[in-house]
Ligand binder design. Structure first.
Ligand SMILES: *Cc1c(COP(=O)(O)O)cnc(C)c1O
Length: 377
């Protein structure tokens, strides 16, 4: 059986967890959290990196930091994970879903332009599959209208837009270390703060609305309740797992990229025959090999392909269901059709991609595609 995903364990994770336990401090912001923060700040030039218990939490922190409130509008893609939207709905925002591009699932800047109103408070972009959105165009729209840009960089670790690290471009960014991502800690996330104005408050919101972080740095002589907040920091056990993974980042990325390239080369002929589309990596973007997907010609063909691969013990999975037509939001959506988002909902299919996937296994998956389309294409 070739599963869709297999969480990677290098081995150092268990050593570091044992170290954290032996140190006598396993609550948050100990040595492994600090090392992880520094890793992101030094390697990617992020002003402030703060570990969170999930990307979902990092996005909720972003909504709190922007003071999103009832009546505010937030523009975001419909083709995304529910957390991208939920963080802002929790604050009472009205969501305006923008369609994806015709050529890839990322948000279409032309759609954003049309959705801006005087009430627009934030634009949330999602770098789908770790491939950068058209950030210059999006920042131009945002800056012209005085709107904050949040990057949902959940899938985008170690990926770049014109040389700039994703998650370091918008006012705030959110990463995920869920076991399905490139770098993992089981559950886990990171908020990146890229603007001075949010630095202090981000720490406070993350520490239950207290100035505890400043207290531990000796900046105040007692700490207390100064703002709203919640418990967003992970334990040192999680941070220890994460830091061991970060140390292996280059090796993990290199192997994932090799798998991605092998899939691409194997699938080229079928794509040229029009059996499906391959991912587009625009000239401004790098590929961090978070995901290998194909876009099928129809939902029926995708369903048959999933079944065909399953019979060969290969697990492939589709992805998001457009949020504008979700049970929760359909009656709140303004009714605009979002055909590109719908097409990815129906036709996008993800193939197995994980560190331990062997070249032979990649070839077996690719052979499955060839046989399927050879018979039916
Ligand atoms: C995985 C993912 C999330 C959620 O991450 P968690 O760490 O599980 O909260 C949010 N947005 C996108 C685009 C994701 O891929």
């Amino acid at each position: 059986m070739i599963p869709f995903n297999k969480p990677y364990l290098h081995g150092r994770e268990l050593v570091y967890i044992a170290e954290a336990v032996a140190s006598g401090k396993i609550s948050g912001d100990g040595i492994f959290s600090k090392r992880s923060h520094q890793y992101f700040e030094n390697r990617y030039g992020i002003k402030k990196a703060l570990l969170t218990t999930s990307c979902t939490d990092a996005l909720e922190m972003a909504a709190l930091l922007l003071n999103i409130e009832a009546g505010d509008e937030v523009i975001l893609p419909s083709y995304t994970f529910v957390s991208t939207a939920n963080a802002f709905v929790l604050r009472g925002a009205r969501l305006l879903f923008a369609d994806s591009c015709a050529t890839d699932p990322n948000i279409d800047p032309e759609q954003i332009e049309r959705l801006v109103t005087p009430r627009t408070k934030a634009i949330v972009v999602v770098h789908y599959a770790g491939v950068a959105c058209d950030m210059d165009r999006i920042l131009e729209i945002a800056n012209r209208n005085g709107i904050a840009v949040i990057e949902d960089a959940a899938q985008a670790i170690d990926s770049f837009y014109k040389g700039r690290p994703l998650g370091a471009i918008g006012a705030l960014g959110a990463f995920s270390f869920h076991e399905t991502k490139n770098i993992i800690s089981g559950e886990g996330g990171l908020l990146t703060v890229n603007e001075e104005q949010y630095l202090k408050r981000a720490e406070i919101i993350r520490e239950k609305g207290t100035n505890r972080s400043a207290f531990f740095r000796g900046e105040v002589n007692k700490y207390g309740w100064v703002d709203i907040g919640s418990s967003f920091l992970p334990s040192e056990i999680v941070a220890a797992y994460l830091y061991a993974q970060l140390e292996q980042l280059d090796a993990i990325q290199a192997r994932r990229l090799a798998i991605h390239e092998r899939y691409t080369n194997n699938a080229k002929a079928l794509a040229e025959r029009g059996c499906f589309e391959l991912p587009r990596i625009p000239s401004w973007a790098t590929n961090n090999a978070h995901m290998f997907y194909i876009v099928c010609r129809s939902v029926d063909e995708r369903t048959r392909l999933v079944q065909y691969l399953k019979e060969r013990n290969i697990m492939s999975v589709f992805h998001y269901l457009s949020l504008h037509s979700s049970a929760f939001y359909a009656d709140k959506h303004d009714g605009r059709a979002l055909p590109n988002s719908d097409r990815y909902t129906e036709c996008l299919l993800r193939l197995p991609l994980y560190y331990e996937l062997s070249d032979q296994q990649v070839d077996r998956v690719s052979a499955g595609l060839e046989e399927f389309f050879g018979v039916r294409g």
